[in-house]
Ligand binder design. Structure first.
Ligand code: HEC
Length: 152
């Protein structure tokens, strides 16, 4: 029994390290095909605040290069959802989280996303960042999009 739990702990840690430090992307990029983005390509939006929030919070699930983990955490890089959802819906995603099953680039994601930021300012910064990082060119989130929104 002891041996088995040790193996499970090691397996768990390996999985965590693998996810947290995003060592899998090269393969995921190839499999996801669609538009080809350069992993880790520098953000061009010059949005230091949004980049910082992303690299402290969001990368845990969506990975540093925004590719996510197919079937578990959806990609932000090249995401059709990100491209087409209203900016308000995107701000709600990070302020209040989401329990919906979302379809992103043809794949369903039913894991819930917990709320990630506490203020609309932080929500605007990080959403504006992901809209323009890694080759994304999906417009901008502004204070006008956050009108009426509040962290719950
Ligand atoms: C604990 C894991 C986790 C963290 C941390 C996380 N997300 Fe998510 N995210 C998810 C999951 C799971 C979904 C899809 C299911 C859902 O939304 O209900 C999702 C969906 C999304 C979507 C819409 C789908 C898409 O791929 O376009 C956006 C945009 C998004 N997240 C942005 C962010 C941003 C920005 C942050 C950081 C502020 C963040 N997420 C942090 C797990 C996470």
């Amino acid at each position: 029994m002891k041996k088995l739990s040790l193996i499970l702990v090691i397996a768990g840690l390996t999985f965590f390290a693998y996810n947290a430090y995003g060592s899998q992307p090269a393969k995921a990029v190839a499999e996801n095909a669609a538009p080809v983005f350069v992993p880790g390509k520098k953000n061009v939006s010059n949005n230091a605040k949004g980049e910082q929030i992303y690299n402290q919070v969001c990368f845990k699930c969506h990975q540093l290069n925004g590719m996510g983990i197919p079937g578990v955490f959806p990609p932000l890089t090249g995401s059709d959802f990100l491209k087409t959802a209203t900016k308000k819906r995107l701000l709600e995603q990070v302020l209040n989280g989401s329990n919906e099953t979302l379809t992103v680039n043809g794949m369903q994601y039913s894991t819930p996303m917990p709320p990630q930021v506490k203020t609309t300012d932080d929500a605007i910064a990080v959403i504006d960042y992901v809209l323009n990082a890694w080759g994304n060119n999906y417009g901008h989130a502004t204070a006008a999009d956050a009108k009426g929104l509040q962290s719950k």
